[in-house]
Structure formats: structure tokens, C-alpha cells
Unconditional design. Sequence first.
Length: 447
Amino acid sequence: PSEDGSSHAPHLEDLDVSDATFTCPDLTSFCRLDGLGLEVTGQRIEPDRAILGCRPVEADDWCRDCGGQGFIRGSVVRRLSHVPLGWRPTVLQVRLRRYRCIECGRVWCQDTSAAAEPRSKLSRAALRWGLEGLVVQHLSMSRIAAGLDVAWNTANDAVLAEGQRVLISDPARFDGVKVIGVDEHCWRHTRRGEKYVTVIIDLTPTRDGTGSARLLDMLEGRSKQVFKSWLAARPHGWRDGIEVVAMDGFTGYKTAAVEELHHATAVMDPFHVVRLAGEALTRCRQRVQQDTCGHRGRAGDLLYRARRTLLTGVDLLTDKQVARLEGLFANEQHAEVHATWSIYQRLVVAYRQPDKKLGRFLLDGVIDAISSGVPKELVELISLGRTLHRRAADVLAFFDRPGTSNGPTEAIKCRCRHLMAYADVWIMPTVTTSALVGTGWVGGLSA
């Protein structure tokens, strides 16, 4: 019973006792400095930053040359940018003792290799925070630099170097790759120098439904030799494990895959097949526009006004768009556009079929229809039919291996453009490292 005679038993929250899971307040452990070999000795909160006075935990008073003991002869201060607390940058003001060896006279400072790299302005925890911000949170390098209160170049060099060490150099980066996608990417728009790179993507997580695609490598140039050399540099066992290579219509990539990956199946993915048909439809519309009107498309021209509607799937058309197409095709001068549009829509319908066997049957019929017997006036369909007939096995292979589309490759290319736009750097090694860190292997971050 309680003092007032009631039988009410006091609860734990009624007592002035901390929960057993709590410890005493400790700024050192709160800022994760115990893992860096530092302890906090003071703090100063300013309007735009927090400054923590620190010192190393270990004395480090033994000479590294002769093993003799040193005596203190002064101190120096090293400033390190640390993980920001909230939106306020945090700076570590580390006071280091300077020692002088009694035996040989050598002078040295306390070792801070656990806290930061030599001559680095960022603590190891700050490097980790910046790398996770870039890879996981998709922060721009400018935002990371602002959070650490350092210059953009300082943050960029340090974070990319850490990404190179933790992520790119990780030997496990190429483990488990079964499906790859290859495509070209225009990384700069200049008159001089190589404008294109070859982008190689791991599509295995997308096919298996275990995650998202990731960037494996980015190579300067777009040719058979570039892709072939990269494949030849991979271990023999890794190449034997590749089952599928998704690609566009470029024959150089196809030839390189056949020569280096003997057991892999080449798949011309739906994204690029539909794009080929869409380009054929666009060229046909532009040609008919010139033949009928004598000029390029203008705002009042029916063909020009329907340029986007023509590329929309029939199951997605609105009533207004259907009426626009009916009015367009009612004109006999637009018969060639109508024929090309019909083939384009049949191709899209085949890919959208939930039944893969039916989709393969429909697409096979489209390829047979335009492979021969096409009127000579339909030059765009003749060219499209020639391409699809030559790559028919690769085009139809998609239906036997669903999930091998190169669509994720296009998404990663957009992410690479995003990174380069933020970085505003156009040096190929820097671009490659930025892309690999921002869109590649993240397994090293779980360590």
C-alpha cells in the first residue's frame, strides 16, 4: 500500500528514474566521435554553424623512429568538417599535442588517421554522410558542400574519391550479373572531342524483381571495339554467366556480344523497337507534309497538329484525338501516313499484350507484313521492315525473356544527365566517376 493508505502501486513513469535503455547524456557519442578516436571538450554555437572543441583520446607519445618517449612541446589545431546537425554545419576544432622525442629529437603530432585522411578537410563520418547523400538521397554536390560548409571542389573531390574506394573498387560490384543492357549516351554537345559514351547497365534486379537497375560502367566512344574490349577485360567465368544482352538496333553492339558472349541471347528491347517505328512514322509524316504543302509543318497544318497524336497508343486516345485522326485519314493524300500509322499501332499493341505468346504471334505477323511486298511509295516502311527482318530473332526474343527491356537503361541515362547538370564538369574521368557513384553499386554502403 502507498503512504496514503491506498493500494495503488506506482508506475515506472511516475518515478524519477530513467529507463534502463537510456545512458547519461554524452555529446561525444551523440556526434559519433567515439568511433573517430575523439572526445568533445567544449562547444560554441554560432548562428550559421556549430563548433565542437575536441581532442584525441590516445596520447600517442612514443616516437615512430626510435621508439623513445616524447615530451609535450606545444599544440596545433586541425579543423575538420563533420556531419551537420540538422541544417547547421558542424566543425570539429581538434587540438593536437606536438611531441618531441627525447632520444632522437623527432617532432610529431598526435595521430588523427582514425578521424580523417591525411590533409583532408572532412572527417570520415562527413565523407560517409556526403556519399550516402549523393547515392541514396540523390542530393546535389552543391547541397552536400553547403551542408559540410566547404567549397564545392573540396566536397566533390573528397566524396568521389570515397565513392571510388568504397563502391567502384568493390570487387563484389560485378557479382550476380546475369542480364546486361548496353546503349549509347551523348554526354556533351561540342564540336571537338568524343561526344558519345557507351553505357552498360545491370538489368538483373529488374528482371528478377529484386531491385532497380544499376550502372556497371561508362566507356568513352560508341563502337563495336569499345564494347568488345570491355567484355574481353572481364573474367572468363563472369562472361559465361551472362544470359541476356539487351540492346538497340546498332549492329556493332550485336557483333561484339556474339563474339565475346557465346552463350548469351541478344534481345532488341521494346523501347528501341517502338522508337524505330515511331521514327519511321515521323519521317513519313514530314515527307507527306512537304509533298502536299510544299513546306515544313506549321501550326495550322493537319499533319503537324497531329504529330503527337499519331504517336499515342489507340487505347489511350481521347474522343477529341480520335476525331482529329479520322479527319486526317479521310484525306486520300494522307494514305501513306495512315498505312505507316497502322503498322506502328499494331507493333505497340503486340508489346502491350499481357499474353506473351499472343504478343509474339502478333509481332511476328507485323514483321512478315512489312518484310516484303510493301509498295515502293512507303519508303519508311520498307526501311523499317528491312531492319526488323534482319533482327527478327533478337526482336522476338523479348517475349521469351520478359523483363529484359532497356527502359531502365534510359532511366539511368537521364540520372546521369541530372548528375552532370548539377556538377557542371565535362572531364571524362570525372563524369564517369560521378555517374558510377550516383547510379551504380551501393552494396559498399551497407558495410
